[in-house]
Design a protein around this ligand. Sequence first.
Ligand code: NI
Length: 192
Amino acid sequence: MPTIRAIAQIGEPVLREPTREVSREQLETPEFQRFIDDLIATMHHARGAGLAANQVFEPVQVCAIEVRDNPRYPYKPNIPLTVLINPQLTPIGDETFENFEGCLSVPNLRGVVRRHAHLRVQALNRHGEPLDFETRGITAGTFQHEVDHLRGKLFVDRVEDPTTLCTWDAFGRYHEAAFRERVKQVVARWGS
Ligand code: NI
């Protein structure tokens, strides 16, 4: 049975320190595979759209992403479960969009962050096999948020206009309707 791990909250140094690359030898060990299972189980338990290893106090380059009709983010297009080891993101083109983000490590705060709309993702999967694919739109925003964690960055660092910062309750009351319309436009443009 996987273990639900504690999630580091903003102010914990582990969220700000660089993470280590994972070697193939380390990745293959049963301990490391169990850690990946814990990361996924903790993401599911917290209803996150993604979770980075340093958010559960393991400073290694691993993140998990999955969106399946998530009640925390009801407007997000679904993303199949994806585990990235040593991910590298490369923007394709220069189109960006404004995303309203939240984070399991930043309690009860959301804010507007500008994200690349189209990316190339290169990583290993949990079995050490190379991944190389493109991601677009709202889904691309989720990938950038998680890989930012592995670089010691939080979404609040990227909020250009601090007046967009709000609680989850205020988001629902004042911003969600407009943001859902924006999400529809991004999905219409990019397919996700
Ligand atoms: Ni986060």
